[in-house]
Design a protein around this ligand. Structure first.
Ligand SMILES: *[C@@H]1O[C@H](CO)[C@@H](O)[C@H](O)[C@H]1NC(C)=O
Ligand SMILES: *[C@@H]1O[C@H](CO)[C@@H](O)[C@H](O)[C@H]1NC(C)=O
Ligand SMILES: *[C@@H]1O[C@H](CO)[C@@H](O)[C@H](O)[C@H]1NC(C)=O
Length: 440
């Protein structure tokens, strides 16, 4: 018994010693990989993905354990989630909505995907996601129906717009009475909810819906896997966000853009003004400006990602200044080059977004230049699948370091450190709500 205790104490001491040692190695400025006396250009180091990680994000146990509490036999009414925006934004809102349906003990009706506003097409939930699979996977988490009962089928739902509500918006207080009164309510979830206040069973319903129960339709999966097969392996999926509307929306100032790009941005600008001077500088240093393909190529090189890496561009069709990337990373592949032109032209925005999503949750590595809905969704799914080569490039890091005047090798070195620390600490796949930090 005593021997056992001593053994255990020794083991713990050894573990602590090793953790400290590891931390010392990883965080010391003279990390063995970060400098090489042999090279005066870009320092020789191993690729970022080869670093020893300290933390990883995994699905939380309370979610994987199952549905925790039986769904009450009596439902408080029918609830439909109305989703707007791009595919991944709609998905995010839908996931929230499932959690809320369980919170209110409501029966979930298939959501409305309001695609027309953004995509000029009419693909609904069932055109993107496998309905039968969803219903089956949600069994025990929340009640779902495909059809409303006859007495409600011809009725329009009572609409509640929660999308502008902030912070401590309480659905039980606000929506439940309406649900009990009207029996059928449709709503758009609030932007920033306090999900930490939800009971576990509601959170579990959200997580199950978002990460286990949403599968693309078999038609889309088939297309996705054809595309995946056509990409040379291994490959990195890169989500660039340097389209005219994105840049206009950001209000950021860029120098060195081509006249074509400047014109495209100006025509997308609308009422938004472009920030200038000190204001533009501060905004950029807060990490608000999308990375150019040029800047992206610099950061990828700083991460020692070889320039002969196969890169799949998981991005829209309107990317600007792409030469900034392709002049450095020559093996770049896009949907339009890999799919037959007939296939490609018949494809809608949602379908293209679904294919990029599919490829990105199956790629060897995923790098996002922004922190958008697709990036969050892909990072989460990759964490769910145990794929950890995921990284969000630091726009803030890049802005601050370059505004300090860092160039060439010292810029590379500093960029490496920023991203190395993110990767080692699991920040690249850090997600609240459904995932928990796991010490490796
Ligand atoms: C929903 O059902 C749970 C039991 O699963 C119960 O504890 C909770 O009070 C119910 N909430 C509402 C709003 O009906
Ligand atoms: C939307 O689609 C219709 C029919 O496919 C087409 O005629 C129209 O030009 C499109 N509108 C936009 C803004 O792309
Ligand atoms: C990209 O970098 C090159 C060289 O560093 C520069 O000449 C060019 O203007 C840059 N382009 C953009 C869009 O920033």
């Amino acid at each position: 018994m005593v021997a056992f205790r001593v053994g255990k104490a020794l083991l713990i001491a050894t573990l602590i010693f090793f953790s400290l040692f590891l931390a010392l190695i990883l965080f010391s400025p003279s990390f063995p990989f970060s400098r090489s006396p042999l090279s005066s250009a870009v320092p020789e180091r191993a690729e970022i993905w080869s670093l020893r990680r300290i933390f990883e994000w995994r699905p939380c146990n309370w979610w994987l354990q199952g549905h925790l509490a039986a769904v009450p036999a009596k439902s408080n009414g029918y609830l439909r989630v109305d989703c707007y925006g791009g595919l991944n934004q709609m998905r995010r809102d839908f996931c929230d909505g499932v959690g809320i349906a369980r919170l209110l003990n409501a029966t979930l009706v298939l959501p409305k995907f309001e695609v027309a506003a953004y995509w000029n097409e009419s693909s609904g939930f069932g055109d993107v996601f496998d309905v039968e699979y969803f219903i089956q996977q949600m069994d025990g988490f929340v009640q779902v129906v495909k059809e409303l009962p006859a007495e409600l089928a011809s009725k329009e739902p009572f609409k509640v717009d929660c999308s502008k509500r902030k912070g401590s918006f309480d659905y039980v207080e606000t929506v439940l009475p309406l649900l009990l009164e009207h029996h059928y309510v449709s709503f758009t979830p609030a932007m920033s909810q306090r999900r930490d206040r939800y009971p576990w069973y509601a959170k579990a319903a959200l997580c199950q819906a978002c990460y286990s129960a949403l599968r693309l339709t078999s038609t889309l999966e088939k297309k996705g896997s054809e595309l995946l097969q056509a990409i040379p392996k291994p490959f990195l999926s890169l989500h660039l966000r340097f389209e005219p509307d994105m840049v206009a929306y950001s209000q950021c100032e860029y120098s060195g853009l081509s006249p074509t790009a400047i014109q495209a941005i100006e025509s997308a600008r609308g009422y938004r003004k472009r920030l200038t001077g000190e204001e533009a500088h501060l905004w950029r240093n807060r990490g608000k400006c999308p990375l150019t393909p040029n800047e992206t190529a610099i950061i990828l090189q700083a991460l020692s990602i070889p320039t002969d890496t196969n890169v799949y561009l998981a991005a829209g069709d309107g990317l600007m200044e792409l030469e900034g990337l392709t002049s450095v990373y020559a093996n770049v592949f896009t949907k339009s080059t890999l799919l037959s032109s007939e296939d490609f032209e018949n494809m809608h925005g949602n379908t293209k977004a679904a294919l990029d999503y599919y490829v990105s949750i199956n790629s060897d590595s995923y790098v996002a230049t922004y922190f958008g809905n697709m990036d969050k969704m892909v990072a989460a799914m990759r964490a769910f699948k145990g794929l950890y080569k995921t990284l969000f490039l630091s726009r803030r890091g890049f802005a601050v370091l370059t505004s300090q005047g860092l160039k060439g090798n010292s810029l590379m070195e500093a960029l490496w450190k920023v991203h190395r620390d993110d990767f080692v600490m699991g920040v690249g796949s850090a997600l609240p709500d459904c995932f928990c930090e796991f010490k490796l």
